[in-house]
Ligand binder design. Structure first.
Ligand code: HEC
Ligand code: HEC
Length: 271
């Protein structure tokens, strides 16, 4: 029958085309593909996608349920992939014959790479690393000279003018923590933007932007007081998108920063 002939020959013909193409063009582009989406925002996007689409099987932080539901993806070694491009393919195509379906060939390239970026960040966070600093020394600096508790909470102690750092070691690796300390303005989540408000008689109020809609906004000042303002009153306001966190570059020595990183990296939730 005619259709049989067609189905038997098509793969061969396809193969010939592919071989021809590979011969004429570049060799297997996928293998050498580098991930173009590796910023902190991409990690965050990847985490969100992961929590929506993958966490039911692989656990909220990719550390896995068990082999049946979905393995731990934070160990740094994968059975089905050794490179970023390999991971990309597993996430897209799944693992045949298992409940790992894959997101499918229709998925956006960016989405797939962001998932790869997120998985790489998780594995870096769990790598056994030899850090120069001392966690105990870092803890003292955190609560003393570094004045970090003025803005950050760790296990219920401290203030809320910056992110809670109780589990910061689960989401930031040591290199990222170093740059958090010395370059706080690099990527500031809108959650941590501030508002500068000026009144008609020269009053100045400044605080974290807590919420904002078309007509009003609310800020929290340095004493954690909440204040609401109308956007159409006689007070003017200005958004500030830099971090309120001072850089530790000048105020702390490199040794002190290493200690802080060792301390922060030790702040993690046991799996
Ligand atoms: C229905 C459950 C399920 C969902 C949902 C799921 N996975 Fe999986 N995943 C599995 C299972 C089971 C395996 C192990 C397959 C095997 O036997 O090798 C696996 C394997 C993997 C592997 C390969 C691990 C290795 O060692 O090579 C990666 C990477 C992975 N999953 C990523 C993801 C990502 C990213 C998502 C979300 C887009 C996702 N998975 C969604 C169940 C799931
Ligand atoms: C005046 C308030 C303030 C002080 C003091 C401060 N921080 Fe921050 N910190 C913030 C804010 C706000 C952010 C979030 C915006 C950003 O990314 O910089 C932040 C972010 C961070 C982050 C990144 C957290 C994450 O989840 O991404 C780390 C780590 C950090 N701070 C550590 C420290 C340490 C250690 C000190 C003391 C040396 C310190 N901070 C002092 C306000 C502060």
């Amino acid at each position: 029958m005619r259709w049989r002939t067609v189905t038997r020959w098509t793969p061969v013909a396809l193969l010939a085309v592919m071989v021809g193409a590979a011969w004429n063009v570049q060799p297997a582009a996928q293998e050498t593909d580098e991930n173009p989406y590796t910023s902190r925002i991409d990690t965050r996007m990847g985490r969100r996608l992961f929590q929506e689409q993958c966490s039911t099987c692989h656990g909220l932080n990719a550390a896995g349920g068990n082999e049946a539901t979905g393995p731990d993806l934070t160990t740094g070694s994968f059975r089905h992939a050794s490179s970023d491009a390999g991971l990309y393919r597993v996430i897209r195509d799944g693992v045949p014959g298992t409940s790992m379906i894959g997101v499918g060939a229709d998925a956006q390239e960016q989405t797939l790479w962001q998932l790869v970026t997120y998985l790489r960040s998780r594995e870096a966070a769990n790598a056994v690393v030899d850090l120069a600093g001392s966690p105990a020394g870092g803890q003292q600096i955190f609560n003393g000279k570094g004045d970090c508790a003025r803005c950050h909470m760790v296990n219920g102690q401290g203030q809320r003018l910056g992110p809670d750092l109780s589990y910061v070691g689960n989401r930031r690796n040591p290199d990222e923590l170093q740059s958090d300390l010395t370059n706080p303005d690099a990527e500031v989540n809108p959650r941590w933007w501030t508002m500068k408000v000026s009144g008609p008689n020269g009053q100045q109020v400044e605080g974290l932007r807590m919420d904002e809609d078309t007509f009003t906004f609310r800020i929290m000042d340095a004493d954690e007081n909440l204040r609401s303002f109308s956007k159409y009153g006689d007070w003017s306001y200005e958004r500030v998108k830099t971090s309120t966190m001072p850089s530790a570059e000048g105020s702390l020595t490199a040794t002190e920063r290493d200690d802080l990183v060792a301390y922060l990296f030790s702040l993690r939730r046991d799996r």
